[in-house]
Design a protein around this ligand. Structure first.
Ligand code: FMN
Length: 165
């Protein structure tokens, strides 16, 4: 594994660019079975005196089943490798082996999974999950993102490890 471990506070990156522009893979599972998908919404910050990453996953995603089941998940970042997201953001692991299709190299480490090709990896422990609810929207304009009413579930992950290349 060509990664170096740093602390979350040592990460010298702009989280807005990382999540909104670069995008990330949300991955959960184990050596027997895992799944990954692209996400471009989420947060990095502080909560309950912990370094936390939040990812939001719609219930119909195959990845949802894995995050629900597992104690850990990873968020990983791939620079300008948009080819990864073209596959992982449009195809479901229910239908195709996305990892084999792209040629990603799974790394089974810390009780979870990420990919050797990442430039940054956050290993997260699920500490809180909550469904986004229609009645909680103050700015109702944002309901436009849910024509199917498939509201995300927000997973708060305590950042246990940060790996960088
Ligand atoms: C740029 C981009 C960002 C996305 N962000 C999210 C997200 O934050 N949450 C989500 O549930 N789906 C998001 N998706 C959709 C999933 O990546 C997509 O539905 C994927 O095929 C799900 O794969 P799965 O069924 O194997 O989990 C995004 C897709 C793209 C292309």
């Amino acid at each position: 594994m060509a990664f170096k471990e740093i602390t979350a506070k040592e990460l010298e990156e702009n989280p807005f660019r990382m999540i909104a522009d670069e995008w990330m893979l949300v991955t959960a599972g184990n050596e027997a079975k895992f799944n990954t998908m692209t996400a471009s919404w989420g947060f990095l910050g502080e909560m309950w005196n912990k370094d936390v990453a939040v990812t939001v996953v719609r219930p119909q995603r195959y990845t949802y089943e894995f995050i629900e089941k597992e104690e850990l998940f990873t968020l990983s970042f791939y620079g300008d490798r948009k080819d990864i997201h073209k596959t992982c953001g449009t195809k479901s692991g229910r239908d195709v082996d996305k990892v084999a299709e792209i040629g990603l190299t799974p790394v089974f480490s810390d009780g979870t999974v990420f990919f050797e090709e990442a430039r940054i990896v956050l290993v997260c422990k699920k500490i809180f999950a909550q469904d986004i609810k229609e009645e909680s929207f103050i700015d109702k304009d944002n309901l436009k993102w849910y024509p199917e009413k498939d509201f995300h579930r927000a997973y708060f992950g305590e950042i246990l490890k940060v790996y960088v290349k």
